[in-house]
Ligand binder design. Structure first.
Ligand SMILES: NC(=O)c1ccc[n+]([C@@H]2O[C@H](COP(=O)([O-])OP(=O)(O)OC[C@H]3O[C@@H](n4cnc5c(N)ncnc54)[C@H](OP(=O)(O)O)[C@@H]3O)[C@@H](O)[C@H]2O)c1
Length: 379
């Protein structure tokens, strides 16, 4: 996200089973299970949570294999704007529903509560730590080489975990350090109000610190977010470890086809954020989002969703997953959270994918300037 406090609010996938699915009993319809019957245990071996899961879903969890060999669930849960008061329960219930990837960040201000949800799920036997894929991000006030490891360790402590599965540079801009004792999360403004102050940290030095996090096992994979093609090309000149993933705004109004092509050429997996386009930013009272027709109501999306008997949200997510792009939708609703996970088991036609891609307006919502923040990182 840009800043929580300004907002109130080939297919190259390898099918691997999540633990909940691995416990799928053999008597259930087998159309979409991904476990061999030889290994499927009886219902007695399942936990209550798993039985509840079976009652409502039988969703395969596709994984993508990253360029470092690690496997990442293709569908995850986004944690931006998940309220602190309900966050632990939301994470717990999302795990119960079958989510295994959680996309967090320092800036979302809810890492402690996310960790509480994870801890309860592990304690209750819903899942093991190694079955989860926890993502977090470095905020730009911590880009200075010497600040990267300490803040990563603080974020790990907040989550209550020993490693992140993936740690990303959140935005390609370095801001002056703010001591967590002064303000945490720090947001964009050095004084907490209106002053943007740059740091001299280069992206190269920050990436070097990231490579060391990976070497030390604090992050199993490392990646970047909100990078342009030019920044990726520059990174390739100095990186010893290539980013495993690139997380970008990606929806039919902001398709960025050449950036995706560049990432693919370098075996960097793309994760789409804000898959529903303006919807997320309406919650932030962003004018250009309010002035843009909702993708959910767009005649092209509605027509395709009716043809497949899926919701517009599912079609928007499938448009990405079918092209090998990962998604991390956020929902505070139990029903929507569940439907957002069911976005890999049906196929759009090639012409439908093209029709959706043709809605491109090169319209980016998630830029600081759209929130009135005078930081020109995307100028
Ligand atoms: N790297 C970055 O800079 C960056 C920036 C932005 C986001 N992200 C990550 O990407 C995640 C997702 O992006 P996002 O939160 O901006 O937006 P999003 O997932 O595209 O949209 C969330 C909005 O859509 C609604 N929604 C969710 N599922 C729905 C469904 N099935 N039908 C109808 N409405 C639905 C949600 O409302 P309800 O909650 O009421 O369902 C909420 O208003 C974030 O949570 C965060 O983890 C990263």
């Amino acid at each position: 996200m840009i800043a929580g406090r300004y907002c109130r609010a080939s297919i190259n996938t390898l099918r691997v089973c999540s633990s909940a699915i691995a416990f799928r009993p053999t008597f259930l319809p087998s159309t979409r299970t991904c476990i061999s019957r030889a290994t499927a245990p009886t219902l007695q071996q399942t936990t209550f949570a798993n039985r509840n899961f079976f009652a409502t879903m039988a969703i395969e969890t596709p994984y993508v294999t990253l360029n470092d060999g690690n496997k990442m669930p293709q569908v995850g849960f986004g944690l931006w704007k998940v309220d602190n008061a309900t966050c632990a329960d939301t994470v717990y219930n999302a795990i119960k529903a079958g989510y295994r990837l959680f996309d967090g960040a320092c800036d979302y201000g809810n890492e402690v509560e996310c960790g509480q949800g994870v801890a309860k799920a592990i304690k209750d036997g819903l899942v093991k730590r190694e079955e989860l894929f926890i993502v977090s991000k470095l905020w730009q006030t911590f880009h200075d080489y010497d600040q990267v490891e300490p803040i990563t360790r603080k974020q790990l402590a907040d989550w209550g975990v020993e490693y992140f599965d993936l740690y990303l540079i959140h935005f390609p801009v370095a801001l002056k350090y703010v001591d967590p004792k002064v303000r945490y999360p720090p947001g964009w403004f050095n004084d907490g109000k209106s002053t943007i102050e740059q740091s001299n940290a280069s992206l190269e030095s920050t990436w070097k610190a990231f490579e060391e996090l990976k070497n030390k096992g604090l992050a199993k994979s490392i990646g970047v977010s909100n990078y342009s093609g030019a920044l990726l090309l520059d990174l390739f000149t100095y990186a010893k470890v290539k980013p495993a993933t690139l997380q970008i705004e990606h929806h039919p109004y902001y398709v960025q086809p050449y950036l995706i092509k560049l990432a693919e050429q370098h075996d960097i997996k793309v994760t789409a954020y804000s898959s529903f386009g303006p919807q997320s930013f309406i919650e932030c009272d962003m004018k250009i989002a309010a002035d843009t027709p909702l993708l959910f109501d767009h005649p092209v999306i509605k027509k395709i969703s009716e043809a497949h008997d899926k919701t517009p949200a599912q079609v928007l997510l499938r448009w990405s997953t079918q092209r090998g792009i990962s998604v991390i939708p956020k929902s505070n609703s139990a029903n929507r959270l569940q439907q957002n996970l069911d976005v890999t088991g049906f196929n759009l036609k090639d012409n439908e994918i093209q029709e959706i891609s043709d809605l491109d307006k090169n319209l980016k919502f998630n830029a600081p300037t759209n929130y009135g923040i005078p930081c020109y990182v995307f100028a």
